[in-house]
Design a protein around this ligand. Structure first.
Ligand code: PXL
Length: 292
């Protein structure tokens, strides 16, 4: 067993703040298994319970848990709990955004990475529950993060720019690099932009490290169609890789390969994409790629 795999090395802990969508494989039901597979303890702060996610289903239930957030955090304060990362995804309201701002102020810093995945939009549109005011509230939360990983739609909403489209040729590399710089100027030192394409048949991620002033790209083949929950799968794998000491450049590759693997399995199965992708059977490949 290598030194790195020594069981005496302290285990890292993430606190993931997202909803529980009971069916549909997104938010906590993907963050938990993926981060666990990466060897990371995943504590959760559930923001709401829904029967399914809101993308493509009708008649879903929604039970808001906002009133639980402060009491849960108060108990953690009493325990002196700390985490190696705070990771927020889908948040349900302006009030939850404000509560997360306070949570970051108290539990972030001192070596705790704050990652905000502004899960609120895709394919040029906000998810049904959100409006532009929420998008700007999310921008203010992103300002408090160390790392953020929007898709191109979310980035456009936060920067109040028109969505440029999702086809090769809709924008160029200079456009993406300006967008990354603008996102970093909000606050986060590291920015990962997903759903980037410069070439037909390819899609991937662009990363910017503001301290190093460096850009990295990673592309894979593009699978047509809309596969639900893949943004959450991507961000969970990204954080899992970073907490396993991968560089940002390595982490965007790990997350892209993992997400693509899950999408391809689902495409081959031909299941309804609103029920999520088969990321579970891609987990052994993720573990291998991380050298765990
Ligand atoms: O995957 C993002 C997500 C998370 N949680 C809920 C959602 C969505 C996207 O639609 O509806 C409740």
């Amino acid at each position: 067993m290598s030194e790195e795999r020594s069981p005496i090395k302290p285990q890292k802990r993430v606190i993931s703040v997202q909803d529980i969508s009971c069916v549909g494989k997104c938010s906590l039901t993907v963050a938990l298994p993926i981060l666990s597979a990466c060897g990371i303890e995943t504590s959760i702060l559930p923001t709401a319970v829904l029967s399914t996610h809101t993308g493509g289903f009708t008649g879903y239930t929604f039970h808001d848990l906002t009133s639980e957030i402060e009491p849960i955090v108060a108990h953690w304060r009493m325990l002196g709990l700390r985490a190696d990362a705070l990771y927020t995804g889908y948040l349900g309201s302006d009030e939850q955004l404000a509560l997360m701002g306070k949570f970051f102020d108290e539990f972030g810093g001192k070596g705790t990475i704050v990652m905000v995945d502004p899960a609120m939009a895709d394919a040029g549109k906000l998810y049904p529950a959100f409006d532009q005011k929420f998008a700007l509230g999310m921008r203010d939360l992103v300002a408090k993060a160390d790392l953020t990983c929007p898709n191109l739609t979310e980035a456009s909403f936060m920067l109040e720019k028109e969505y440029p489209g999702d086809q090769a040729g809709d924008y160029d590399q200079a456009y993406i690099e300006q967008m990354l710089r603008d996102l970093a100027a909000l606050g986060p030192k590291q920015v990962v932009l997903t759903g980037v394409t410069f070439e037909e048949g390819k899609v991937g991620a662009a990363a910017y490290d503001a301290q190093a002033n460096s850009f990295d790209y990673y592309f894979t083949e593009r699978v047509e169609g809309y596969y639900h929950g893949t943004g959450d799968i991507y961000s969970s794998a990204l954080l899992g890789a970073i907490l396993n000491d991968k560089s940002l450049k390595e982490a965007i590759k790990v997350a892209c390969d993992f997400t693509l693997g899950a999408i391809k399995r689902t495409q081959a199965l031909g299941t309804d994409p609103k029920y999520g992708v088969d990321f579970e059977r891609e987990i052994p490949a993720l573990i291998k790629e991380l050298g765990l």
